[in-house]
Design a protein around this ligand. Sequence first.
Ligand code: 5GP
Length: 180
Amino acid sequence: MGYSLSSTLISSDELKKRVRDIASEISREYHGQELVVVGILKGAVFFLSDLVREFTQDLKVTIDFMAVSSYGDSTKTSGIVRIVKDLDTHIGGKNVLIVEDIVDTGLTLSYLVKLLKERSPRSVRVCVLLDKTERRVVEVPLDFKGFEIPDRFVVGYGLDCAGLWRNLPDIMTVDQEENP
Ligand code: 5GP
């Protein structure tokens, strides 16, 4: 089975505008405070780097990363989350903002929120670029959200398909081909 790019779902211009709006919301929420931004590797890297550069200067921002893997094939989540890389910093007493590319079943994010809350932070909130609402299995509060999207597999702007297409400037849908 092969994959091919189908059509543009969200253009780079739309992404830029929405990222700016979310950054304003976050800046208002944490006005003058310290904030640890936790990016989930690798998909959230492009979103995170655009987002934090749009924060107002009064925020005292630090950045850390986690990597998780969710045993499964390239297009389906299995629900079992494994920490591949943990944070380098202590988050006790800090405001934490998890930045994730996409929420699908919600299993990955709900696990991460629970894990980070056990470390006694001051607060844990979630910022996600894409939300596939139809596919939710567990409820996870999304404090800041970019776009709701239909149940289609998407790539680009950091999101991959078997490692490819992260570099695309737009979010695009992917077709599965029976006989590539
Ligand atoms: P969840 O645990 O919410 O089911 O899945 C979240 C993870 O599944 C995301 O971090 C991402 O790695 C992957 N994922 C879910 N849907 C898509 C998609 O449409 N495209 C890509 N590239 N990854 C997806």
